[in-house]
Design a protein around this ligand. Structure first.
Ligand code: KDG
Ligand code: MG
Length: 412
């Protein structure tokens, strides 16, 4: 099973996606997701210029050896571009191995540890009535766990709230929240931490009063707080029994979470911008988090994220894999196979892709009563329609950035 063709496919049905497609000399194909939101072409270049030439002629069965070769032989380790490229190769090789074995990937990872994956969706609204409608609509779609994001009085646009501007930028496609906007420059949003900290507890109180105590609720602070502000938020949300509070501080400083942890019992999730197990070393060992947020796509693939999650399992820390719309259906399938097989699965983020995306990527996962299952097709269970993908060329798009009232750039 020698790799004799490797293509990088860029397509923009609803949004940009980067996919690596490998073909072996006996005609098997495998695909991997390499999408890095707002920096897609950097990964395309890394793959095309530096990885593809090294893959041709290699034994497709040797997943671990190929992973170590790509990681160590580069000398320059880690980083989102490198790790997304390695992730795509890893996913594509697991896809091929599954097809060669005639088994879904989760069977190769040890088989199912559960019947399905509890998933959460994104409810949002600029005010309470809009938010409540969004929660109800998610419940009607079967979601049994729901992330809550709301507007903050005085701030024009804010992370996590579906806005008309976003719909227009996305040609009218309704995503729950797609932060990347098409255009030559990133959109500017505004931010005020004190207003946010004042507003959010009241929103959760209102949601609990409306929807009762049972519904698992989540919230994403999206990297914007200092450690002491994060501690304050965690404490103020304790009465509302969150499933998790996500990304309270910028993720680079692992130590910041120690201070947060000393002050609150609200469960913490972090890691969607982490790339390797080393980013988690301290926070897992010191039990400073409860959920690992990494995506298979951004953390070196199934092989490496499984290592992170095995390490986390020793400390009763569970998975909460990143699954926004910028994780392609291939990356989502990889997450589902991994999540189904590991013992320490926690929850899976799941935002539905648009209809055009679903035409480009033919998928075999199921969504039943709030639970995902990757399906039993051999490999990852996703086929890329290259002709359909060709109809949607890359469109430049950026994630937004924040400024404070005095003009200072703030974490987004
Ligand atoms: O590309 C950035 C998005 O994936 C991110 O903003 C989404 O924070 C996010 C989440 O929790 O889904
Ligand atoms: Mg997040």
């Amino acid at each position: 099973m020698i790799i004799d063709k490797a293509e990088v496919v860029v397509t923009s049905p609803d949004r940009n996606f980067v996919t690596l497609k490998l073909t072996t000399d006996d005609g098997l194909t495998g695909i991997g997701d390499a999408t890095l939101n707002g920096r897609e072409l950097a990964v395309v270049s890394y793959l095309t210029e530096h990885v593809v030439p090294l893959l041709l002629g290699r034994d497709a069965h040797r997943i671990e050896d190929t992973w170590q070769f790509l990681y160590r032989s580069a000398y320059w380790r880690r980083g989102p571009v490198t790790m997304a490229a390695i992730a795509a190769v890893d996913m594509a090789l697991w896809d091929i191995k599954g097809k060669a074995a005639g088994m879904p990937v989760y069977q190769l990872l040890g088989g199912a540890s559960r019947n399905g994956l509890l998933a959460y969706g994104h409810a949002s609204g600029k005010d309470l009535p809009e938010l409540f409608d969004s929660v109800r609509s998610h419940q009607e779609q079967g979601y049994r766990a729901i992330r809550i994001q709301t507007g903050v009085p005085g701030l024009k646009s804010i992370y996590g709230i579906a806005s008309n501007a976003t719909y227009e930028a996305m040609d009218g496609v309704r995503y729950d929240h797609e932060p990347a906007q098409r255009g030559a420059r990133p959109a500017e949003e505004d931010w005020d931490t004190r207003s946010y900290l004042r507003h959010v507890p009241g929103v959760f109180e209102a949601v609990r009063n409306e929807f009762g105590p049972e519904l698992p609720l989540l919230h994403d602070a999206h990297h914007r707080l200092t450690p002491i502000q994060a501690a304050q938020l965690g404490k103020s949300l304790e009465p509302y029994d969150l499933f998790w509070l996500e990304d309270v501080t910028p993720a680079e400083n692992q130590e910041a979470l120690r201070l947060v942890r000393q002050h609150t019992t609200t469960p913490l999730a972090i890691g969607e911008i982490f790339n390797t197990v080393w980013d988690y070393q301290q926070i897992i060992r010191e039990q400073l988090i409860d959920y690992v947020r990494s995506a298979v796509t951004h953390t070196g693939g199934i092989s490496h994220l499984r290592r992170v999650l095995d390490y986390a399992a020793q400390y009763q820390i569970k998975s909460g894999m990143h699954g926004p719309t910028d994780i392609s259906p291939v990356g989502m399938a990889a997450a589902m196979h991994l999540g189904l097989s590991i013992h320490n699965f926690g929850i899976q983020e799941y935002m539905k892709h648009g209809a055009k995306t679903d035409e480009v990527f033919r998928q075999s996962f199921t969504w039943t009563d709030g639970f995902l299952h990757p399906g039993d097709a051999p490999g990852l269970g996703v086929e890329l329609d290259v002709d359909e993908a060709g109809k949607y060329p890359y469109v430049q798009a950026y994630l937004p950035f924040n400024r404070l009232a005095d003009g200072t750039v703030h974490d987004w």
